[in-house]
Design a protein around this ligand. Structure first.
Ligand code: IMP
Ligand code: MG
Length: 185
């Protein structure tokens, strides 16, 4: 089994690079169908969303604008801190069709707050695209319009997702191996 160790935790393969590539292309095709003009702007949530964003925007293949927004919420742990900080300016999206690009929607706090902040600038529309959606963990009324995968509450790394700063560059997505089976062969 393909596994990886980051800091003190071990992870096993969950979504392969090939599955990710296929789903990103499918999501890109859906976005291409929904946004006919070049008026849309992708607002990429850094750092996690940048890996997905590069593949997604290239695959959508329609002229578009890209903006970034930096948030920090997880810190060094594996559960959402519930406190989301914006670092830097909120991009100007007035009158635009916005697609927020996020790595994962867990409690939904980040996407909820990013949406609120962007809505103040009166965009024409706002949608959300994420690699992984954990609908069972949502604590806010958030909708992930374009998602590649859904997961339960397991902690994931790879393809932008990190554990305490490590693992974003992995081309597959891995899930944490539960403690009780971590030591077994
Ligand atoms: P939320 O605000 O609870 O929806 O969490 C959003 C942020 O927490 C994401 O942008 C990730 O940075 C981080 N996060 C949530 N779940 C995971 C996970 O399973 N692995 C790595 N990071 C995660
Ligand atoms: Mg993130």
């Amino acid at each position: 089994m393909k596994t990886v160790t980051l800091h003190d935790l071990s992870f096993r393969l969950r979504f392969s690079e090939e599955e990710i590539r296929r789903r990103v292309q499918e999501v890109a095709a859906a976005i291409r169908g929904d946004y006919e003009t070049s008026r849309h702007v992708f607002v990429v949530i850094l750092n996690g969303g940048m890996f997905f964003a590069v593949d997604l925007l290239r695959s959508v293949g329609v002229p578009c604008t890209v903006a970034t927004l930096r948030t920090s919420s997880y810190g060094a742990g594996t559960t959402s801190s519930g406190v989301v900080e914006f670092i830097g300016a909120i991009p100007d999206v007035g009158g635009r069709d916005v697609i927020i690009v996020e790595d994962i929607v867990d409690t939904g706090t980040t996407v909820h707050l990013v949406r609120e902040a962007l809505l103040r600038q009166q965009p024409r529309s706002i949608a959300v695209a994420a690699v992984v959606d954990k609908p069972g963990s949502h604590a806010h009324d958030v909708t992930v319009d374009y998602r590649c995968f859904r997961a339960e509450s397991e902690f994931l790394v790879g393809y932008g997702l990190d554990y305490a700063g490590l693992g974003r560059e992995l081309t597959d997505i891995f899930e944490r191996i539960p403690e009780k089976t971590a030591d077994q062969p």
